[in-house]
Design a protein around this ligand. Structure first.
Ligand SMILES: *Cc1c(COP(=O)(O)O)cnc(C)c1O
Length: 421
């Protein structure tokens, strides 16, 4: 099936007489006829739901849909994108371990890896993802357990060379985890380029309507865990009746462990109603991404040609440093987020922002409605102008998340902002 069809038909497949729409199973628990059956569920020898901190039929349908969209063997939904990235790493890396991550990743993930995981004994080395492979080799240590990057980095809009990163990770016997939030499987499926695990903040395009926070971890099922570096997957889990994940679950070892061990212990599982709403977003994902890409391409070209604009970052522009990588990994379009700097710095940017009427001034991206953010006066407001430049953000930089309005209305609103500068 093509991805447009998968968005509608994967996951929930009603049988004769069953509801057409995905039912919301609003129940914490599930009844069984015998203690023997429940015993089998606890031993993981029978399929079925036990408790909605670990699985739920509504969430399960959405997990199956997301796994199908990415071409993976299984997925696990979480209460946020942060929780997804946390579980993706902790599932294979504990205290004393080390990960390598691209330095351009989302600020929230930089904090998670660089500050909070450090307190739990996991070290992270941030690398310039554009450096040649020989340079990147130096970041690896004997205790390295994963490599992490974003298909399209938020908000740097750097495109990851997934094949290069996968080869590098595999040379060191560790998996590549790719956060595919901005691209979505509609524009890029990282497993096709060698990634082993994909994560999402479903808060962004997958939901698309800015109504709920969520995340997902997807397993390609292709990584070989039995190379000595991942004993937790290949030796009996004492906390789970001595289950050995690779033996009992084969290609689903990673995603099963993430659910029955980590999700059981950490409890970041989304409620059924949230999964139901996420499913509505997923149904239209492919159609929405097409329009986000088309509108953003037009907006980026408009901005690049505008005399009030100093610089535009958008991998869909021929002059963008990531254009060649975008042509390889994102042939259907470069998603909906653009960043640009206006001439006149901070004050001009603020006047621009405050004069917009259609574009929402919000701390959010990847929404059906166009939204703008001025990092220097919001997410990065604690930094001086000099510190901003060091962080790769200019005082006049604006992040524009292009929505599904008619492009002429979006451009007319931007023009109002420029007129006020
Ligand atoms: C927003 C975002 C996250 C964090 O997701 P939440 O759902 O806000 O927790 C992680 N990665 C990327 C690329 C994001 O854009």
């Amino acid at each position: 099936m093509h991805i447009e069809t998968q968005c509608l038909h994967e996951g929930y497949k009603p049988k004769n007489g069953e509801p057409k729409a995905l039912p919301i199973y609003q129940s914490t628990t599930y009844t069984y006829d015998s203690t023997a059956h429940i015993g089998q569920l606890f031993d993981l020898t029978a399929d079925g739901h036990m408790y909605s901190r670990i699985s739920n039929p509504t969430v399960d349908a959405v997990e199956q849909k997301i796994a199908a969209l990415e071409g993976g063997v299984g997925a696990l939904c979480t209460t946020s994108g942060q929780a997804a990235n946390l579980i993706a790493v902790l599932n294979i890396c504990g205290a004393g371990g080390h990960i390598v991550a691209a330095s351009t990743i989302y600020g929230g993930t930089i904090n998670l890896f660089g500050v909070t995981l450090k307190k739990f004994g996991v070290d992270c080395t941030f690398v310039n993802a554009d450096a040649p492979a020989e340079e990147l080799e130096k970041a690896f240590r004997p205790n390295t357990r994963a490599v992490f990057g974003e298909t399209i980095a938020n908000p740097a809009l750097a495109v990851l060379d997934i094949e290069k990163f996968a080869a590098l990770a595999h040379r060191h016997g560790v998996p590549l985890i790719v956060d595919n939030t901005f691209a979505t499987p509609v524009l890029c499926r990282p497993f096709e380029w060698g990634a082993d695990i994909v994560t999402h903040s479903t808060t962004k395009y997958m939901d698309g309507h800015a109504v709920q926070v969520g995340g997902a971890v997807v397993d390609s099922g292709r990584f070989h865990w039995e190379n000595g570096k991942f004993p937790e997957l290949c030796t009996p889990d004492e906390s789970y009746h001595g289950v050995t994940y690779t033996e009992q679950f084969g290609e689903k070892a990673y995603i099963t462990k993430a659910r029955v061990q980590l999700m059981r212990d950490l409890g970041m599982y989304p409620p059924a109603l949230t999964a139901f709403i996420l499913n509505l977003g997923l149904e239209t994902l492919a159609v929405r991404m097409e329009r986000h890409c088309a509108n953003a391409q037009r907006a980026a070209e408009f901005l690049a040609a505008h005399s009030a604009v100093e610089h535009v970052n958008y991998p869909g522009l021929a002059c963008d440093p990531y254009h060649a990588l975008a042509q390889k990994y994102l042939p259907k379009g470069c998603s909906g987020v653009i960043s640009f700097s206006v001439r006149g710095g901070r004050d001009a940017a603020v006047r621009f922002m405050d004069s917009l009427q259609l574009c929402n001034n919000v701390v959010h991206v990847a929404d059906i409605c166009t939204c703008v953010l001025h990092p220097a006066s919001s997410t990065h407001r604690q930094l001086t102008d000099e510190q901003l430049v060091a962080a790769g953000i200019t005082p006049g930089m604006i992040r524009l998340s292009v929505g599904l309005e008619h492009i002429d209305d979006i451009l007319a609103d931007l023009e109002k902002g420029f007129a006020a500068m």
